[in-house]
Design a protein around this ligand. Structure first.
Ligand SMILES: [Ca+2]
Length: 291
């Protein structure tokens, strides 16, 4: 769904006390993206006499995205839910003033797989407020010799002491049971977080009420300082990790062995010496089949 609407001053000089309201509503679960194709209103600080005011919902009670006048509106605005409310007011609308607004329905950005060596992740509807009742999961899958560092450009989540309401959770691996790097539910800035291996899982959760602006985080990758991990496609070969010298702390070495479809892979341990503890909780080798 898409469309546009306009208000232009009539061609008769001045009109007084114009007040108009519009609501755009689209399907449940979708968001609206709007752009200003034409915008020419009186230019004044705080727009006291003439303005277009936009709310992130279906009434003036919803969060105000902005009050605009002059001739340089923002490039685009996104709703965080499926409705936008517009209020246009002018005390004395002059000739050749008005606006045209174009809108389209979009699916909110929520989850996905990122494989680049750098990238960014935004909460659904960002820079508008995130919608309630969402769970978005992003997986960052980079190459075996890289580590991932997340930095927080914007972090603005409903604050709660034990993060039981809204939260952003980053795990040191691709799975929900992988170790937690950080769980955030604050509007305070947070220091960067670095993985110990080439994969990460980012999970955003919002509960049913009280939302905030959300987050915009970026990630960069850097080479692992140790030779560990790699991709193997030869029909046979040897994997080894040299743990001599300064002992390797907090590292995941991911080795992937890939063979043509239908081939089976046999793994033999020719030498293994790892610290022993019950349940292999501290140091371990794990072999999984990724068919
Ligand atoms: Ca909430």
């Amino acid at each position: 769904m898409e469309g546009s609407f306009s208000y232009m001053s009539p061609d008769v000089g001045y009109v007084h006390d114009v007040s108009c309201f519009w609501v755009i509503r689209t399907e449940e679960g979708k968001v609206l993206r709007m752009t200003f194709t034409f915008f020419q209103l009186e230019s004044a600080n705080n727009c006291p006499h003439e303005f277009l005011q936009i709310h992130d919902g279906d009434s003036s009670a919803a969060f105000q995205l902005g009050r605009f006048c002059g001739s340089s509106p923002p490039d685009e605005l996104l709703s965080s839910d499926n409705a936008l409310y517009f209020h246009f007011y002018s005390e004395h609308l002059r000739n050749e003033r008005g606006f045209t607004i174009r809108w389209e329905t979009q699916s909110p950005e929520c989850g996905g797989t990122l494989t680049g060596t750098y990238g960014s992740i935004k909460s659904p509807g960002y820079p508008g407020k995130y919608p309630p009742g969402r769970d978005c999961v992003w997986r960052v899958i980079t190459s075996p010799d890289l580590l991932i560092t997340f930095t927080f450009g914007t972090l603005s989540l409903e604050h709660h002491d034990d993060c039981s309401k809204d939260y952003l959770e980053i795990r040191d691996g691709p799975l929900h049971q992988d170790p937690l790097l950080g769980k955030l539910c604050t509007t305070l800035s947070a220091p960067p977080l670095q993985t110990t291996g080439p994969f990460a899982r980012v999970h955003f959760h919002s509960d049913s009420q009280i939302n905030d602006q959300g987050f915009h985080i970026t990630y960069l990758t850097s080479p692992s300082d140790l030779h560990c991990g790699g991709n193997y496609t030869d029909p046979e070969g040897l994997l080894s990790a040299d743990l001599s010298g300064p002992f390797m702390h907090n590292r995941q070495c991911i080795y992937t062995i890939k063979q043509p479809l239908g081939e089976k892979i046999q793994v033999n341990f020719t030498h293994m010496e790892l610290e022993s503890q019950s349940g292999c909780s501290l140091n371990y080798i794990e072999v999984t089949s990724a068919t």
